[in-house]
Design a protein around this ligand. Structure first.
Ligand code: ZN
Ligand code: CA
Length: 656
C-alpha cells in the first residue's frame, strides 16, 4: 500500500487499529461449522488487544522504527543468507481426527518452503503488473530435530486436550490451561494445531509480544495439503498467511474496514479498499486504482488458498529487517535446532578418513583438517550396540581410541565443528584384531623382554622357561659374572623350533653367537678374566616361533674356564678393519680371531665384476693380511670378506 509513512507512529498507534476489525469471522457460518466459507484470521484483532498493553505498544513502535530504518537502508548483518527457522508443531487433539498425521504436517513445511522461496507453482500465473514484484523471501522452515532440553525430537508434540475446541484466547499455548506450553521462541517457531471454535482458521502473534504466547495457531483442517485438510483451505496458505503476520506483515488492505486510508506499511502493494474473498478474476479495482488493481493473489489478502501466490518485495524487506542485528527475530535466525544437514556457511565435512594402528584394544583415526573447524566430534560404537555411541571431541585431526573390544566391528563417524554449525558426518568402520593371549610357561613370565631395555634378569645356575610367542618376538636376558667367577656358559635347550642365541657385552656389542640348525641345542661359553655383565638374546631363525611350547635357558658362571663340545661351538665375532682408504699399493686387513678360520676376500669393481680374490687363514689372536692392489686401476671398489657365516662388505677407493 503506497501510503506515505510520515505519520508512522500515529498510524501504528491509532489509525491502523483504532477500528474494530470485523472481517475475521463470517457471521453466516454457524458456531459449530467445521470450516468457514470465507477466510478468517484473528491476527489483527489479536494485535489490537496486545497493543493495549503500554509496554508492548512501546516495543511495537521500536520494532517499526527499526524496520523502516532497514527499508530505507537495507544493510546489516544476517547470520545466514537464507534464514532457516526451526519449527515445533504442537498438536492438541480431543478427537483422533484432530491428531493430524506427520504427513499432513510435513506437507505444510514443504508448502512454506515453496511459498517463502518463490518456488510455488503459481508464480508464472501472476499478472504481469505484479509478477516482477513477487519475492523470494529467503526464509526456510524445518521441523526441529533438537528439543529445548537437547533431546532428539521429530519437531512435533502431540497432546490430548480435554477441551473440545480452542479460541484465540491463547489457552492452547499453556499446558496449565489445557493446551501445550511454548518452546523458547528464541529457538523455535511454535505452531499450535487444534480445533478452533467458530469459523476461525488461525491467528498469529506479531513480533513484540509475550514470549509464552509467541507463534501461530492454525486449525487442524487448514494445515498442509493432505490428511484431514478441507477445501478451499487445503493448500497450506493459512499457515503461509499467519507466519506472514508472525514476520510482521499486515493484511494487504490495511485493516481499515473498507476505507482507503489504512496501510500495510509496504510501498509496493497497491492501496486496497477491503479484503478479497474466494478466487477473484484479475483485475479487481478499489480505491480508484485502475492501473494495477488489487494484489488479491498476495498471501496477505483473504482469498482462497488456490488463489494466493506471492509475497511482494516490500513485504520481504519487512520480514528481512527482523533478522539483521537489532531485529526483533534475530535470535531465532541463529538457532541450530532445525533438521538441515548443515548451515549454508558451516564448514565442510572431514575427508580422507584413515584407520591405523588397529590392535585388539586400540585404533587411531585420522582425517584431513577442515578449514575453519574449531574441533571435531568423533563417535564410535560396536555395530552390535548401535544405540550407544561413545562421543569424544578433539581439536586435532587425529584421535586414538582405546579400551575397545577385541575382534569387534566398529562404526565411526567424524564431524567438523565450526562456529556456525557442524558439518555433515563422515562415516566409516573398522574391526579390532583378535586379542593375543600369551601362553605362560610354568615357572616364569619374562614378557615383555623384546629389547635390551626390557632384559629379564637371568639367575645363575637356574633353568628358566619361556616362549617365542610370535614371529618377531625376541627375548632378552641380562647376566652378570663376578671377579671370582668370571667365566660364563649359556645353554638353550628343549627348543621346539630353530631358535638361535646371541650374546652381547655390557656395551650391547655382539660378542658371540650360537646358530645351529633345527632344534639342536645352542650353547655359548665366554671365558673372561674379571666379572662383567652381558646380554643374552633368544630368537626364532627366519621368524619361526612356537606359542605353546617352552624353551629352557640356563646360565652358569665358574672360576674355571668352560669348554664346549663340537656341537656347542664358541663363535666369537672377529673385529675386522682395513687401511688405508684410499689405497695405493696394498690394503692391510686386520682382525681378531678366537681360533683358526678360513677367510675369503673378494674385490669387485662397480660393474660387479670380481677383480681380485684371496683365501687366507686367520689364526687365534690378532691377524694382519695384505692384499696387493697395485695392478688395479684407480676408482671405487667393493671389498667383501667371508668367515664362516660372517659376511661383510665395505667400499674401497684406489687412488695412485
Ligand atoms: Zn490475517
Ligand atoms: Ca619377547
Amino acid at each position: 500500500m503506497k501510503n506515505i509513512l510520515f505519520i508512522l507512529l500515529a498510524l501504528v498507534s491509532t489509525n491502523l487499529f483504532s477500528q474494530k476489525v470485523n472481517a475475521q469471522v463470517n457471521p453466516d457460518i454457524e458456531e459449530d461449522a467445521s470450516i468457514p466459507k470465507i477466510r478468517t484470521c484473528a491476527s489483527a484483532d489479536y494485535l489490537h488487544e496486545m497493543e493495549l498493553d503500554p509496554v508492548v505498544k512501546v516495543q511495537r513502535t521500536l520494532i517499526e522504527q527499526q524496520t523502516q530504518a532497514f527499508i530505507a537502508n537495507p544493510t546489516g548483518h544476517k547470520s545466514r543468507l537464507v534464514i532457516k527457522i526451526p519449527v515445533v508443531v504442537h498438536v492438541l487433539y480431543n478427537l483422533s481426527t484432530q491428531n493430524i498425521s506427520d504427513a499432513q504436517i510435513n506437507s505444510q513445511i514443504a508448502i512454506l518452503n515453496k511459498d517463502f522461496r518463490k518456488l510455488n507453482v503459481e508464480i508464472p500465473t501472476i499478472p504481469a503488473a505484479f509478477g516482477p514484484l513477487a519475492a523470494d523471501c529467503e526464509i526456510e522452515f524445518a521441523l526441529a530435530h533438537t528439543s529445548p532440553t537437547g533431546d532428539s525430537t521429530t519437531g512435533i508434540t502431540r497432546t490430548f486436550a480435554t477441551k473440545t475446541s480452542f479460541t484465540s484466547n491463547n489457552n492452547v499455548k499453556y499446558t496449565a490451561l489445557g493446551g501445550k506450553d511454548a518452546w523458547s521462541r528464541d529457538q523455535y517457531l511454535n505452531i499450535w494445531i487444534c480445533k478452533l471454535s467458530g469459523s476461525l482458521l488461525g491467528y498469529a502473534q506479531f513480533p513484540g509480544g509475550a514470549a509464552a504466547t509467541d507463534g501461530v495457531v492454525i486449525s487442524f483442517k487448514a494445515f498442509g495439503n493432505t490428511g484431514v485438510v478441507s477445501p478451499p483451505y487445503n493448500k497450506g496458505r493459512t499457515a503461509t498467511h499467519e507466519i506472514g503476520h508472525w514476520l510482521n506483515i499486515f493484511h494487504i488492505w490495511g485493516d481499515d474496514g473498507g476505507a482507503c486510508s489504512g496501510t500495510d506499511l509496504v510501498s509496493d502493494t497497491p492501496n486496497q479498499g477491503s479484503e478479497n474473498y474466494g478466487s477473484p478474476t484479475y483485475p479487481r479495482y478499489s480505491c480508484g486504482n485502475t492501473t494495477t488493481g488489487d494484489m488479491f493473489m498476495n498471501y496477505m489478502d483473504y482469498t482462497n488458498d488456490a488463489a494466493m501466490s506471492m509475497f511482494s518485495t516490500g513485504q520481504k524487506q519487512r520480514m528481512q529487517s527482523l533478522f539483521v542485528t537489532g531485529g526483533a527475530r534475530k535470535l531465532i535466525s541463529t538457532s541450530t535446532k532445525y533438521n538441515y544437514p548443515a548451515p549454508t556457511i558451516a564448514c565442510g565435512a572431514p575427508t580422507n578418513l584413515l584407520k591405523s594402528n588397529i590392535t585388539a584394544e586400540e585404533a587411531t583415526i585420522t582425517w584431513n583438517p577442515v578449514a575453519g573447524a574449531t574441533s571435531y566430534n568423533l563417535k564410535y560404537w560396536p555395530l552390535s550396540y548401535s544405540n550407544y555411541p561413545l562421543l569424544t571431541s578433539t581439536t586435532t585431526n587425529s584421535k586414538m581410541l582405546t579400551q575397545l573390544y577385541s575382534q569387534m566391528p566398529y562404526k565411526v563417524t567424524v564431524q567438523a565443528v565450526c562456529p556456525l554449525g557442524n558439518s555433515v558426518l563422515i562415516i566409516d568402520s573398522f574391526t579390532t584384531l583378535e586379542a593375543i593371549v600369551y601362553f605362560r610357561c610354568a615357572n616364569t613370565n619374562t614378557e615383555p623382554n623384546n629389547y635390551f631395555s626390557e632384559a629379564f634378569n637371568l639367575t645363575s645356575n637356574a633353568a628358566l622357561e619361556s616362549t617365542i610367542q610370535v614371529s618377531n618376538d625376541n627375548d632378552f636376558y641380562h647376566v652378570t659374572t663376578t671377579d671370582e667367577n668370571p667365566n660364563l656358559l649359556i645353554t638353550l635347550e628343549d627348543i621346539p623350533m630353530d631358535y638361535d642365541l646371541n650374546v652381547y657385552n655390557s656395551k650391547k656389542e655382539l660378542i658371540a653367537t650360537s646358530r645351529n640348525s633345527g632344534n639342536a641345542i645352542e650353547e655359548v661359553s665366554y671365558n673372561a678374566t674379571k666379572g662383567d655383565s652381558y646380554f643374552v638374546e633368544v630368537y626364532g631363525y627366519n621368524g619361526c616361533f612356537s606359542n605353546n611350547a617352552c624353551y629352557h635357558l640356563t646360565s652358569k658362571i665358574s672360576n674355571t674356564e668352560f669348554y664346549t663340545a663340537s656341537i656347542n661351538k664358541l663363535d666369537t665375532k672377529p673385529e675386522i678393519y682395513f687401511y688405508p682408504n684410499p689405497a695405493v699399493e696394498q690394503i692391510a686387513i686386520e682382525l681378531y680371531a678366537d681360533g683358526e678360520h678360513e677367510i675369503v676376500y673378494n674385490l669387485y669393481n662397480t660393474m660387479g665384476q670380481l677383480v681380485k680374490s684371496k683365501v687366507a687363514t686367520a689364526h687365534e689372536g690378532q691377524n694382519k693380511i695384505l692384499i696387493d692392489v697395485n695392478t688395479l686401476a684407480n676408482g671405487l671398489y667393493i671389498l667383501e670378506y667371508r668367515s664362516g657365516m660372517e659376511r661383510k662388505i665395505q667400499k674401497l677407493n684406489i687412488k695412485k
